[in-house]
Design a protein. Structure first.
Length: 349
């Protein structure tokens, strides 16, 4: 249990400040006007000395931050360290962060399933931050948006089973994957054959294609991304008996994941009751009017903060079943926004 009090205006370090999520950390700190007294940009030695634009927050004025090389000494005087530098770096720096008295909020998969590390989505399990011991984990992006939508429904009736199929954007695999989608689309439209296309970020062509393969395959035929959704959902929801089955697919979308979700409840939940619960829930926008063709679409929701829910309907294939579609920006809510919201929970009230 962490006993060090958090100051009202903490010093914040952004580890991995030159990466896509690191840049988004800086944007979110500004957008939420996080009450930081100082913001420090950290990255690898090759990025040291670079300047990153920061629009300011708290006591920190807008301007440029000079990127510092991240070392074990970088966290002296830091209160909150937002990490998105990869699992190996998080593991290397964990002890140094804790020894310095800072709280690590880690966006990698390094500690998510550790028993002594809370796995937190503020709209779902905010109280879990109370038992951290210096590290709090940010869940997988596809898990975050799903549990945000599941929580208000679970509060109506215990959820017995979830079947989810994801439609995950190229940017979930990083900036090179986004560039590959652009490049392949151009090459494909120029008439190049598959053998002539630039393929490096994915196992197959992503332009005009869908790839049912995210992360490595496991012995049971599922992928690690699918496994993450199963075990992380159980941990966040606090229900080891919740059955989850996932199929994760990469699609030719630049930013924002979509998910088709089927839920089986222990008791009857009406479509109308579910809609009211979702509309009243924090962090959710219901966009569901089939008569006017209104439903969430990834291509139109990039850079937004909410989890959008639509296509809400009865699933008659199981007893007490509902189905819906949800969309969220996996770089905002699926990574940077969720982490800064966790940091907000740590502030004294």
């Amino acid at each position: 249990m962490w006993n060090k009090p958090m100051p009202k205006r903490p010093v914040v370090a952004v580890a991995g400040a030159t990466g896509a999520v690191g840049q988004e950390f800086l944007k979110v700190l500004h957008d939420l006007d996080f009450p930081a007294s100082k913001v420090i940009a950290l990255a690898s030695a090759r990025s040291a000395g670079k300047k990153v634009r920061f629009e300011g927050c708290g006591d920190v004025e807008a301007g440029e931050l000079e990127v510092q090389e991240m070392t074990h000494e970088s966290f002296e005087g830091v209160d909150i360290a937002l990490f998105s530098a990869g699992a190996s770096v998080s593991k290397q720096m964990r002890d140094a962060v804790i020894k310095a008295g800072a709280v690590m909020i880690d966006n990698s998969s390094a500690f998510r399933m550790d028993e002594d590390v809370p796995l937190v989505v503020p709209e779902v399990n905010p109280d879990d931050v109370k038992w951290h011991s210096g590290v709090i984990a940010n869940p997988n992006c596809s898990t975050i948006q799903m549990v945000v939508a599941l929580k208000p429904l679970y509060d109506l009736s215990r959820i017995k089973r979830v079947i989810v199929s994801t439609y995950q954007a190229a940017s979930g695999a990083g900036a090179p994957a986004m560039a590959e989608l652009y490049d392949q689309t151009r090459e494909f439209l120029d008439g190049k054959s598959d053998d002539e296309l630039t393929i490096s970020a994915f196992a197959h062509r992503i332009a005009f294609n869908c790839i049912p393969h995210i992360d490595v395959f496991l012995d049971d035929g599922s992928t690690k991304e699918e496994w993450k959704m199963v075990v992380e959902t159980k941990k966040i929801m606090g229900d080891d008996d919740l059955d989850v089955f996932a199929t994760c697919v990469r699609v030719p979308v630049l930013r924002c994941h979509g998910e088709a979700i089927n839920v089986e409840f222990a008791d009857e939940v009406s479509v109308e009751g579910a809609r009211r619960a979702l509309e009243a829930a924090p962090g959710i926008v219901v966009m569901d009017d089939p008569a006017s063709n209104a439903y969430p679409m990834p291509g139109l929701l990039a850079t937004t903060d909410a989890t959008y829910v639509g296509r809400l309907r009865k699933d008659p294939s199981v007893e007490h079943g509902l189905a819906f579609w949800d969309v969220a920006d996996q770089i905002r809510k699926g990574a940077a926004l969720n982490a800064v919201q966790i940091a907000q929970l740590l502030l004294p009230h």
